[in-house]
Design a protein around this ligand. Sequence first.
Ligand code: AVJ
Length: 319
Amino acid sequence: MAQFIQLVEQHTQSINDELLAGLTAPQATTSPKYLYDALGSKLFEAICELPEYYPTRTEAGIFNQHGHEMAQAIGAGTTLIDLGAGNCAKAAKLFPHLQPAQYVAIDISVKFLRDSVSRLQQQFPDIDMVGVGMDFSLALHLPNNVRSEKRLFFYPGSSLGNFTPDEALVFLQQIKLACTDGGADGGLLIGVDLVKENSILDAAYDDALGVTASFNLNLLLHLNRLLDADFDLREWRHRGFFNDKLSRIEMHLEAASDQTVRWPNGVRRFERGERIHTENSYKYTRQSFISLLTKAGFGDVTTWTDPQQWFMVCHARAA
Ligand code: AVJ
């Protein structure tokens, strides 16, 4: 049986404070982590199937094409630490190549993760598995049953893009520290979405079927539940586009009418056209990302990409 550890669930009070501060700021914002309630995680899985959303498919192609080389660079017997494991499918595909000694799946969406890990454990009964429910964006403190030898942090999907480049640097520095604390031979295997033609980026975050719109709007359902608020979803529109000055996708929810949203300890008036900024997704060039890794203290970087160079997978050593 896979072990499951639930680390410090964020207190209701601090969730409320964080949301209140964000929603009542002149430019309203919410952290992208609130996109992932149980339904949000499912909608994100659906996004990954969309024709316009190239990252998942392109990254999978890179792993299929180069998984063997990656395994050669990394070596067997790692402690594979999956950051934002979700349905654990990406890591599971690497198991035959990597043959990890232990698989540690970390995700904020606790119920979803619990189901994924127990299903995976049945499929791979011989791999020691640990599920950890935690918000690793706050701090990367791992439970002590996580092996310290040969830690390989696996951060696919270009999720690092949710951080600003400054925050990303701090986060990579934390990974680098967690690689080297105790054990040796640590490293990082990370997926990075690359800068490309604007129209391709725009479509990937505003698909014709409207799944990304649903994913974004579902945040309001989640807020209604968390805060006991009264957001009316029909009065909001999805916006998703590439901001090329800042090299990032921005997602917003835009008020379709003047309205007032209320919850027990707060109220916010929105004018028609006013937006809640719900997510950023930064895009890198190969060079800008390698220099970020180097600044964070990683070395010996190997990169793999697809023929169109839309996406990149990097391995780097903490040494
Ligand atoms: C999970 C953060 C990698 O930025 O592409 C997908 C989230 N948002 N469509 C991304 C997302 C809208 C995704 N990450």
